[in-house]
Design a protein around this ligand. Structure first.
Ligand code: PRT
Length: 226
């Protein structure tokens, strides 16, 4: 009976804002990837690595549960899942191996343009639409304010106009979406970038060997871009 060599499994976003940069990073590290839309577990042909292509929001859990050895995900998604799991008493450990140089954005509170913002205190008791309630809750507690949440997985910016919430807390890069929806950014809650994360349990020697080859390449690619 032959036993095959263990393959390092990396989770990345299937399609969206992080997928092109993630794929480009892995290719610049010399990984030969055959990624097609339907293939959700892509084989790297020149190294013992498999790439699992999933929703961004599933990546932290896949790494925390040890289904994937590594993952590339936004810090916003990562910390939201960590806080949510801690609240529920579920496994939430991981190692942040490398802070990457893409996926930068702010997670910010935004209010209708006509709102008179005088500081965080004036947000007390208001209701916010957000995809990341735990991140907002942590910020509110740290600043001694009470806020209510309304969970929306997308189109968060529409919430105040339709009477669902007083304001929103969402990801912002250029600010164009806020402006197009009559909103203004009033407070930054969290600054996010993409990170490479690793499962907390030690890797077997074979997988650790693969990671020891891959990591210097990732750092080299990032340094070359500086
Ligand atoms: O669907 P999936 O589970 O894969 O994840 P997702 O819905 O979070 O996917 P996606 O592709 O929208 O975002 C993936 C990650 O990219 C986020 O988790 C962030 O870490 C990062 N990122 C960086 C952003 C943005 N910038 C960003 N601007 N994610 C979303 N936005 C959205 C924002 O929600 C808002 O609707 O872009 C709009 C604002 O952009 P501006 O330029 O108009 O300000």
């Amino acid at each position: 009976m032959t036993t095959s060599q263990p393959r390092l499994r990396i989770a990345m976003q299937k399609s969206g804002r992080l997928s092109d940069d993630t794929q480009a990073l892995l290719k610049r590290c010399g990984l030969k990837l055959n990624v097609s839309d339907r293939r959700l577990l892509a084989h790297v042909s020149n190294m013992p690595i498999d790439i699992m292509r999933v929703r961004s929001s599933d990546i932290p859990g896949l790494v925390m549960d040890g289904v994937c050895d590594l993952g590339i995900v936004g810090d916003n998604t990562l910390e939201e899942e960590e806080l949510d799991r801690q609240l529920k008493g579920n496994k939430s450990a991981y190692i942040r191996t490398t802070a990457l140089d893409f996926g930068g954005c702010r997670f910010s509170i935004a209010m209708p343009e006509e709102f008179e913002y005088t500081g965080l205190d004036c947000l007390n008791g208001l209701r916010f639409a957000t995809t990341y309630p735990q991140l907002l809750n942590r910020f509110a507690k740290a600043n001694g304010i009470n806020v209510e949440f309304c969970l929306l997985k997308g189109s968060v910016e529409v919430a105040p106009r339709v009477g669902l919430a007083d304001g929103i807390c969402d990801l912002v890069s250029t600010g164009a979406t806020l402006e197009a929806n009559g909103l203004k950014e009033v407070a930054e809650v969290f600054h996010s970038k993409a990170s490479l994360i690793q499962r907390a349990d030690p890797l077997c020697a074979d997988k650790q060997g693969i990671l020891d080859t891959l990591l210097p390449r990732i750092h080299g690619v990032m340094k070359a871009k500086e």
